[in-house]
Write a protein that binds this ligand. Structure first.
Ligand SMILES: [Zn+2]
Length: 165
């Protein structure tokens, strides 16, 4: 079902919610509707896709869990050594664990089976397998969620509210 991007009073993106919760916020006057998709759900009320809270809320920063799914998403499901996209992607420690490499966003990348085996217990330099981009911790969990929706082809109207996508 349709999701709604919630902006803080400052226009900063806050989170993604269900259309039902968003509709309640708008109907109670707690948020204003910035974008809608034209589908009328009540008389004179279209289904919102972006809303903005009337009062500023302070929300603590949320960490993105370092999981296989999230690393694959960050790397656009492509091998960071050869660019392969397809089935059988693995996770590779850039500096191998046995050589002191840690479990971190900066040291774990998506790799195809071929590159992973070719690289073995070596660093990218030693294996002459340069990384296509430096692995980083993703921006924020919200950026992450929003980019998933955009990549999936939905909610293109969110793009203008989220910087850095
Ligand atoms: Zn590869």
């Amino acid at each position: 079902m349709a999701k709604v991007l919630v902006l803080n009073a400052s226009y900063e993106p806050l989170n993604i919610t269900t259309w039902k919760r968003a509709a309640v916020l708008v109907l109670k006057g707690k948020a204003e509707q910035l974008e809608h998709n034209g589908k009328v759900i009540y008389p004179n009320f279209s289904l919102p896709t972006v809303i903005r809270l009337r009062h500023y809320v302070n929300i603590p920063h949320k960490e993105i869990p370092l999981t296989r799914r999230n690393v694959l998403h960050r790397d656009s499901h492509s091998c960071q050594y050869c660019g392969y996209t397809g089935e059988d992607l693995t996770l590779d420690h850039v500096v191998p664990k046995s050589r002191g490499g840690g479990e971190s966003w900066e040291n774990i990348v998506t790799a195809c089976v071929r590159c992973n085996i070719k690289k073995g217990n070596r660093t990218p330099d030693e294996a002459r397998l340069p990384l296509r981009q430096r692995p980083r911790r993703p921006h924020s969990s919200l950026h992450f969620e929003v980019s998933k929706h955009l990549r999936g082809g939905s909610h293109q109207e969110w793009r203008k509210y989220v910087i850095g996508l």
